[in-house]
Design a protein around this ligand. Structure first.
Ligand SMILES: [Zn+2]
Length: 242
């Protein structure tokens, strides 16, 4: 019976997870084992710049300026609590043509939270962002990249597509502009070698509080955009990949 075979396969998969793959599967950004998430398309010329943990008055306005200078649109996964503190910045992000996504209200590790809290975090963030901008929110990035089946299910219940990434800037480490830029360039080259677009994880804020310095990120982005100008690269927002 197909049901029995599927059940057996699920049992084997569960054993594998118990044996140590669980943390890997729930945290590794490109793992699809807990359900499909949006990462990138098959056009290797496409790059999505994505920024988490804003809005942040110490970096988001400067970042918006840099993006405007290069005529590039990006995706911002904002925290509801910060958007409520700085609604005018969230409004500017949308007014400039960038895509705004949900990054929960308060940045909890959703994979260890009860299902009701997960739903509440997503719903409250949506309400704040939609109230500020008047536009429906359609995309969601889980804090720390942590996801479990019920996290993805809660997101989908609210009409949110979960979005991961395939290039990590590691811009939360003190690695400077060069370090961030090197991480981005390596990741983009690796994805191109595989015939994949690149979805870049960067931060214009810090989830622990408003006002975190992210100017190295802003400068690294400015450098990347300068380098890529006039090449085959096309910067897209994640909705290009649906
Ligand atoms: Zn975050």
């Amino acid at each position: 019976m197909p049901g029995t075979i599927a059940g057996a396969a699920a049992g084997v998969a569960a054993l594998g997870l118990v044996a140590g793959g669980f943390a890997y599967a729930s945290l590794w950004p490109t793992s699809q084992i807990f359900g499909r998430t949006l990462i990138a398309g098959r056009d290797s010329g496409q790059i999505a710049l994505t920024f988490d943990d804003g809005p942040n008055d110490a970096a988001t306005p400067q970042l918006l300026e840099a993006l405007a200078r290069h005529g590039v649109r990006a995706t911002f996964f904002e925290m509801g609590s910060f958007a409520r503190q700085r609604p005018e910045i969230a409004r500017e992000v949308v007014a400039a043509g960038h895509l705004l996504g949900n990054h929960t209200m308060s940045h909890p590790r959703l994979s260890i939270e009860p299902a009701a809290r997960v739903l509440q975090e997503l719903r409250d963030c949506n309400a704040v962002l939609e109230d500020i901008t008047g536009a429906a929110v359609r995309y969601f990035r889980p804090p720390f990249g942590a996801r479990r089946p019920y996290v993805l299910r809660a997101a989908r219940e609210l009409g949110l597509t979960p979005v991961m990434w395939n290039v990590t800037g590691y811009d939360w480490d003190p690695i400077g502009v060069e370090g961030i830029l090197t991480n981005l360039e390596r990741g983009i080259a690796r994805n191109r070698g595989r015939g994949r677009g690149s979805n870049l994880l960067l931060h214009d804020g810090g989830h622990r509080g408003m006002g975190v310095t992210r100017m190295d990120t802003v400068r690294a982005v400015d450098r990347l955009l300068t380098e890529q100008a006039g090449t085959v690269t096309r910067f897209v927002t994640v909705d290009a990949w649906k």
